[in-house]
Structure formats: C-alpha cells, structure tokens
Design a protein around this ligand. Structure first.
Ligand SMILES: Cc1cc2nc3c(=O)[nH]c(=O)nc-3n(C[C@H](O)[C@H](O)[C@H](O)COP(=O)(O)OP(=O)(O)OC[C@H]3O[C@@H](n4cnc5c(N)ncnc54)[C@H](O)[C@@H]3O)c2cc1C
Length: 391
C-alpha cells in the first residue's frame, strides 16, 4: 500500500491542531468519546512505543497532569451526575464534589450558585499539540508515507457506477483521481488512488462541496464548518496557583493555568447567534472584556485584578449537525473515508480516530473500538448523537 498525505499549508498556520489548547479529558457523556479518550491517554503515556523512530530522541509531549473540573448549576446538576455515573461505569476515575467540598479543595473559588462539580482524578490534563503533530509526521515518514504540498481541489469519480433515475437513490460511485493544485503550478495534478481519507478539519465540509462528486451523491452534505474560537491569556499573580484544574464554569467559560508563573488561558464558545465571522483569524478583544472576564471573575474573585496578555483564534471543526466527529465510509462514495467534525475535542481523539480509520481501511470494520454510531448514517438518517459535555 502506498500512502500520500496532501497538505496545502506546510507551516500549519491555520490548522486547528496547533491553535488548540492541548487538553485531554475523560469526562464525556458518550461512551465512544470516553473510550477514545481512554485510549488516547494510554497512547500518550506510551507515545514512544507508538510513534518513536529509532534514530530520533524520545518524544517529550510535555504532558501536564491536571483534572478538568466541570461545575453545574442546580438546573444542570442531575445531568452532570448522570454523566458521571456513566463515566464511572466506563472505568473513569472521577469525583463528584459538593459546594462545601469544592470550597475546601479550591478555596479561591466562589461556589454559592454551584450545585455540584465533577473533577477528573486521572488521565486528564494538557500537552503540546505541535509535538504530537510532528511525532505523527516523523513516524509516518519513517514508515514510507509520502507527503505533498498542495491543495485538494476536486475528485474524478467513475462514471460507470452512476445509475440514472429512477435507480438514483441506490446510486454509488468511486473516486478514481484526486485533483491536487500545487503551489508552483497552474496545473491540477491528477493522482490516481484506490481510496481517499478526508481529514481536512474545519474545511472538510467545504472540500466535499463542489468537489466533482456528482451533486446528488453528497446529499445531505458533510455538516462540518469552521467556527472561530478565541483563546485569551492573562497574568494574575494572586490566581489559583499550581493546583488549579482546567475549570469549565456553569456559564461555559473555561480557564486553566499556563505554566507556573501566574499565567492563565481560557475562553468561551459564543452563544448561538453571536458566532464571529470565520473569514479570518483576527481576535475580538472586546469579547474577553464583555463575555469571558466577567464570568471568570465571578467564579474566581482574584481574577478581578488580572492583567490581559495575548490572544489567538483558531477554528473549531464544528459538526453543525450534532457536535460530534464523523468517522467512517461515505454511504454512496464507496472509497471515500472521513475523520472530521470533532467540534473542539479532536486533538485528544486523534490517536483513536487514526487507528479506527486504519482498521476500516485494512480490515473493513472497526476492531478495537466500535465507532459505528459515529458514522455517516446518523447524518443521512437525521438522527443526531449529541455530546452533553461539549466545551
Ligand atoms: C481554540 C481551540 C481550542 C481547542 N482545544 C482543544 C482541546 O483542548 N482538546 C482537543 O482535543 N481539541 C481541541 N480543539 C479541537 C482540535 O484542535 C481539533 O478538533 C483538531 O485539531 C482537528 O484536527 P484535524 O487534523 O482534523 O484538523 P486540522 O488540525 O485543522 O488539520 C487539517 C489540515 O487539513 C489541511 N487542509 C484543509 N483543506 C485542505 C485541502 N483542500 N487540501 C489540502 N489540505 C487541506 C489544513 O491546511 C490543515 O492543516 C481546539 C480547537 C480550537 C480552535
């Protein structure tokens, strides 16, 4: 088997992976997401066994162990408790803390409006996304994977499988060639292929639209779109300190420490209807002043005197259908696989998704983790599979 990775931006300047905050958690509400996180934690712990290259130094992923702390208001307490029950059934080590217990453990926190908190005790924290990306690349290269700098702009499908109406509902096709636009050429380079895996993050939906696959076959479209998310950093010498968890507030705002010198970073997904224009990655600093800071200062009074520092923006690869990844074979394009739409939790699930796609390609079915519920079918059948613990 020969594998070609096509990447249009060798600097990864807009890739979500390198613009993320590098978090891994076990606290999800869907068994599939929990199981992927459980695998990823063990993958990261043993990263040299998976991604080590004999002539290279050991990989230092710079893992910072730290639990996520999800806070629930009285209205959301029952839902959080039910989620924790499921997590424990899946083997996740997680504590439920009352407001009193929260106050003892995290004395810097305001808990008056909190009913309960869930705190991860194992396999949560954050790591350096750039190191993980490079480790994957180096390992792939060492195994003989080819790479190409260029943009996939379309596909050529085989005409013979396309059925005319009235059998159109059963029509399937295959991709025969991929059109790649090289940076130093006006020509599209057609590359013959046996199969295609779309792992184009936030751009996966756009890539399939107008890609040359006969229109009707791509309906409903792949519901993955870019959603701009800001990450703000600040300095606060009197902040929570080293034992600070990655806190997800009742309001949806989150923060974590960044190093050990009184620096923090955080953000908040905007409410519906206030999505920023995803046209560029400029940062709206007023968003921090008006939305993020007041919420965090209510939770952590010491943050009232924080000093804002830098900020950046990246794209969530948002599955606008149900906020979960889509992993599997296209229902009508037989040799088109996708792994996209992870909506803010795709970095930590990348090892599990890569393994799952490899199994599908080689064995024709999931072997390690059953991810069938994350396939395309739910989109074509209009049955969303929602994750309650989205951030
Ligand atoms: C602010 C922020 C914080 C986040 N925090 C976390 C977190 O804490 N934990 C977590 O697990 N996840 C987090 N995420 C989500 C995570 O970053 C993404 O889910 C994940 O990185 C997606 O990986 P990917 O490889 O699919 O996409 P990307 O990393 O975006 O890679 C896709 C690549 O495809 C290339 N590409 C696109 N179209 C084409 C084309 N037509 N031809 C050739 N190449 C193309 C792009 O150039 C890009 O390099 C966060 C995201 C953001 C924005």
């Amino acid at each position: 088997m020969r594998v070609l990775v096509v990447e249009r931006d060798p600097t990864y300047s807009r890739a979500s992976t390198v613009l993320s905050v590098g978090g891994i958690r076990q606290q999800f509400s869907l068994p599939e997401n929990i199981r992927m996180s459980r695998f990823s934690a063990s993958f990261l712990r043993n990263i040299d066994e998976y991604l080590g290259v004999p002539s290279d130094p050991p990989i230092d992923i710079q893992f910072q162990p730290s639990g996520y702390l999800f806070l629930a208001s009285p209205e959301n307490a029952a839902s959080l408790e039910a989620t924790v029950k499921l997590q424990r059934e899946e083997g996740v080590q997680v504590a439920l803390l009352s407001p009193k217990q929260l106050k003892v453990k995290f004395p810097w926190m305001e808990t008056e409006d909190v009913a309960v908190g869930s705190y991860g005790l194992e396999d949560e924290g954050w790591f350096d996304p750039w190191t993980l990306l490079n480790a994957f690349r180096r390992k792939a290269t060492s195994l003989g994977v080819h790479s190409c700098s260029g943009e996939v702009r379309g596909f050529v499908t085989s005409a013979e499988d396309v059925m005319p109406p009235p059998s159109a509902a059963l029509t399937t096709t295959r991709i025969k060639y991929v059109h790649i636009h090289m940076p130093d050429s006006l020509e599209y380079q057609p590359v013959a292929c046996a199969l295609v895996v779309i792992a184009a993050g936030a751009w996966a939906g756009r890539l399939l639209e107008g890609s040359g696959i006969p229109g009707g076959l791509c309906r409903p479209p792949l519901p993955v779109q870019p959603r701009k998310r800001y990450v703000f950093s600040w300095h606060c010498p009197d902040g929570p300190g080293f034992s600070c968890p990655l806190l997800v507030d009742t309001t949806g705002a989150y923060f974590r420490r960044d190093g050990i010198a009184g620096n923090y970073l955080g953000g908040m997904s905007p409410p519906e209807g206030l999505e920023p224009d995803p046209g560029d990655l400029s940062v709206d600093r007023d968003y921090f002043q008006e939305w993020v800071w007041p919420r965090l200062a209510r939770r952590v009074p010491a943050f009232e005197s924080l000093r804002p520092r830098g900020a950046w923006a990246g794209y969530y690869d948002m599955n606008v259908f149900d906020g979960n990844g889509i992993v599997g074979v296209h229902p009508r394009v037989q040799n088109l696989f996708v792994g996209a739409g992870f909506s803010g939790h795709g970095l930590q699930h990348a090892p599990a998704v890569g393994r799952a796609l490899a199994e599908l390609v080689i064995a024709g079915r999931f072997q390690s983790l059953d991810l069938r519920r994350l396939g395309w079918d739910r989109v074509t059948q209009g049955e969303p599979l929602r994750e309650a613990a989205a951030v």
